[in-house]
Design a protein around this ligand. Structure first.
Ligand SMILES: [Zn+2]
Ligand SMILES: [Zn+2]
Length: 360
């Protein structure tokens, strides 16, 4: 019988820019619940946006804030099963010692969306690291609630890589929303940790031409290793012009926006061909202003959103097991928990890191 300590070290979010390393009680797994010993937890761009006080998390005049404090952040994690609550082993098909990842959302299983199988749009929307019902993994231990969706990670995937399964799965879903065909020219704007996963996933769709855009040459080099045929830096060339030249003036068939920058939305609307598919993935810090005429009258575009990663975890695990991504280049920093602030600063600066994670 494993003995579970009473206290653990955890990062606790109290308010924007008020995140503290604290002692916290170790949760006890109840019926259907699982306790993991955290191995690695990624710092997501959304963690940074929450830290900086983005309205999505803290509310504005249109909406209530999503973040419920005090809360332990961290939704991109992998850990080892330490203890199983009553019936949890059978329910989740897991045993002590298994390496496990958990989908970021814990579906309520009762709302309209959950009952229709659209669980990633769950009305309650408990995501690890932001909600009282789902404390995250920036702690030595993390509790997987009874409704959590969990996957055993095969030993062919190194544990340090497995924390990347969540962002990769989100990238796969965005690519699936683009409905890429064999003769398509596909542009992925933004090659951060999410965009790089999108490049690798789009490559599996085998489009005619796969193009990645970023302002950072180092990231563009990794995008090539992920499968991009061509890479362009919008600060050096007119990328709309380049893509038009490559497509007899028509523009790209699919444009996936993963930069978080309003300018990349405008750029995409000009770069995309008539009847093209525009996939929006980013969480924007500010509202985006565009000419909506392009969407309707000029080009009759399909503009599609992408949120989370429904049914994509098994694909992400398979991609990592097959070694389809240069993980040594993507995972640039793995820091101890007490270096959380340094980690957030690295993600905010973005010039030295790709994926920053913590090892609690
Ligand atoms: Zn994330
Ligand atoms: Zn629900």
């Amino acid at each position: 019988m494993t003995t579970i300590p009473k206290k653990m070290r955890a990062i606790v979010c109290h308010a924007p820019r008020d995140y503290r390393l604290q002692d916290h009680a170790v949760p006890t797994p109840g019926p259907g619940e699982i306790l993991l010993r955290t191995h690695t937890v990624g710092i997501c761009a959304s963690d940074l946006k929450c830290y900086l006080g983005a309205p999505l998390f803290w509310g504005d005049k249109h909406r209530a804030g999503y973040c419920q404090t005090p809360v332990i952040p961290g939704h991109e994690f992998v850990g080892e099963v330490l203890a199983l609550g009553e019936g949890a082993g059978k329910k989740h098909g897991l045993s002590p010692g298994d390496q496990v990842v958990s989908e970021q959302i814990i579906p309520c299983q009762q709302c309209r969306y959950c009952r229709r199988g659209q669980y990633w749009m769950c009305q309650v929307h408990d995501i690890y690291g932001f909600r009282q019902a789902a404390f995250g993994a920036m702690a030595e231990y993390v509790l997987l609630p009874s409704n959590s969706l969990n996957y055993k990670v095969p030993t062919t995937v190194p544990a340090a890589h497995a924390a990347y399964i969540e962002p990769l799965a989100c990238g796969i879903h965005a690519v699936q929303r683009g409905q890429i065909e064999l003769d398509h020219v596909v542009v992925i704007a933004g090659t951060g940790p999410l965009g790089l996963g999108m490049v690798a996933a789009a490559k599996l769709k085998n489009p005619r031409l796969l193009i990645a855009l970023d302002l950072d040459e180092r990231r563009l080099a990794i995008a090539k290793a992920c499968g991009a045929d061509l890479v362009f830096n919008p600060s050096e060339v007119d990328v709309v012009d380049e893509v038009r030249k490559l497509t007899e003036g028509y523009g790209c068939d699919v444009y996936i926006e993963a930069t978080g920058h309003p300018a990349a939305v405008v750029q995409g609307l000009h770069m995309i061909c008539k009847l093209g598919t525009f996939v929006e993935f980013s969480v924007m810090r500010e509202p985006v202003t565009v000419d909506w005429t392009i969407i309707g009258d000029t080009k009759e575009l399909d503009v599609r959103g992408a949120h989370l990663s429904p049914h994509c975890y098994p694909i992400a695990i398979d991609m990592l097991a097959k070694g389809l991504l240069p993980m040594d280049q993507i995972l640039t920093h793995r820091l101890p928990l007490e270096d959380f602030q340094h980690g957030i600063d690295l993600v905010a600066a973005g010039d030295r890191s790709i994926k920053v994670s913590l090892a609690p």
